[in-house]
Design a protein around this ligand. Structure first.
Ligand SMILES: Nc1ncnc2c1ncn2[C@@H]1O[C@H](COP(=O)(O)OP(=O)(O)O)[C@@H](O)[C@H]1O
Ligand SMILES: [Mg+2]
Length: 341
């Protein structure tokens, strides 16, 4: 209405001026034309303002996240952990997630020597992932203490602690960037040779060369352009570049088909060399050579020993073993039936 009223006023006033000979009809026409040509740019300016407002709202949210204070930080006068040397001591009397009602871990007392391979098994929800996530201090425990080389984790400089630990989980964390940048993530100083060595040890070099642009290939959001096994081998290569003395493997091969599992398993064995490893495995066959196996149930370690010792014990481990053996056997029997029919 305001626009229409303004237009009417201009025409009326212009007509008046022409009649009284103060301007010519030509002057007035060119004025009107340029006046209406202004309309478009002004509209655009308005749209631009709208977009600016939307952007400002998004930026505010991003800054909110960036300004969030981390709850777990290095203490003042933190000790910088030098290279890990002796062992890890987990004494967890009790751990509970902040808003949960029940404790998730209780009465855990586990010592892992340097160079040892300790496996955690147990039904899902028994607290295995929770326990290994306490080592890089993703959460703090309520009662008890976790020590690395006799230092309580809460005394240590967080960066120096986390630089000693490499984690490979079922879910890989890859970025929409080149393969090279994904492998050397966190270590921009890593040389080309070292990166390629890591990729070779991770059984990844071959498939990387087959990509359209080799190491410079972009892999898509979360590595969407790669298969599960390929993604897993990239995260193993990344862990090799990190070269941390402590290694955590959380069901690293669970999501893979048996063919890529062999390649990944081989890569994992190379990664484990000369490291202290805590491995969580779904399939018991992958951990039978661990120095020690802990069976977890409802947040507690209920059995501990070597594969043979635990089988001889005839407890929960033996039961899990029987169950998997039978499932495995059923697979073979099914395949044989199809083959003969
Ligand atoms: N961030 C979390 N907050 C609250 N509860 C959690 C969280 N993560 C896991 N849990 C709970 O802790 C229990 C143990 O989980 P988890 O450690 O992942 O077991 P596992 O790895 O043995 O399958 C589960 O009951 C799960 O629901
Ligand atoms: Mg888990």
């Amino acid at each position: 209405m305001i626009g229409a009223a303004a237009g009417a006023t201009i025409v009326a006033h212009g007509g008046y001026l022409i009649i009284h000979g103060q301007i010519t009809a030509g002057d007035f026409t060119s004025f009107i034309l340029s006046f209406f040509m202004l309309n478009d740019p002004i509209k655009k300016l308005n749209g631009f303002n709208l977009r600016l407002q939307e952007g400002a709202a998004s930026i505010r949210r991003i800054f909110e996240i960036m300004d969030t204070e981390a709850e777990i930080v290095s203490p003042p006068n933190a000790v910088k952990l030098q290279r890990f040397e002796k062992g890890i001591d987990l004494k967890i009397d009790r751990f509970q997630y902040p808003l949960a009602e029940e404790p998730i871990l209780q009465n855990i007392d586990l010592h892992v020597d340097r160079g040892e391979v300790v496996a955690l098994v147990g039904s899902s929800g028994s607290g295995k992932t929770t326990m290994v996530n306490l080592l890089p201090r993703f959460h703090d425990i309520d009662k008890g203490a976790i020590r690395i080389d006799d230092y309580d984790l809460r005394e240590l400089d967080l960066h120096s602690l986390r630089s000693q630990i490499a984690v490979v989980t079922q879910e890989t964390i890859l970025f929409n960037d080149s393969i090279a940048n994904n492998i050397t993530y966190g270590h921009p100083e890593c040389s080309q040779e070292r990166m390629i060595d890591a990729a070779m040890a991770a059984n990844a070099h071959q498939f990387i060369l087959q990509q359209p642009r080799g190491y410079d290939t972009l892999i898509g959001e979360k590595g969407a352009k790669l298969s599960g096994g390929q993604r897993q081998r990239l995260s193993i290569a990344r862990a090799l570049v990190k070269d941390a003395p402590i290694l955590i493997l959380d069901e690293a091969t669970s999501a893979l088909d048996s063919e890529s599992e062999i390649e990944v398993q081989q890569a994992i064995e190379r990664l484990m060399q000369n490291r202290t490893t805590i491995v969580i495995a779904h399939r018991l066959s992958t951990i039978r050579h661990a120095h020690r196996i802990c069976v977890m149930e409802k947040g507690q370690i209920i059995e501990m020993g070597s594969h043979d010792e635990l089988l001889a014990l005839g407890g929960r481990y033996e039961q899990l073993h029987q169950m998997q053996f039978r499932a495995h056997f059923a697979d073979y029997a099914g395949a044989a039936k199809i083959a003969t029919s």
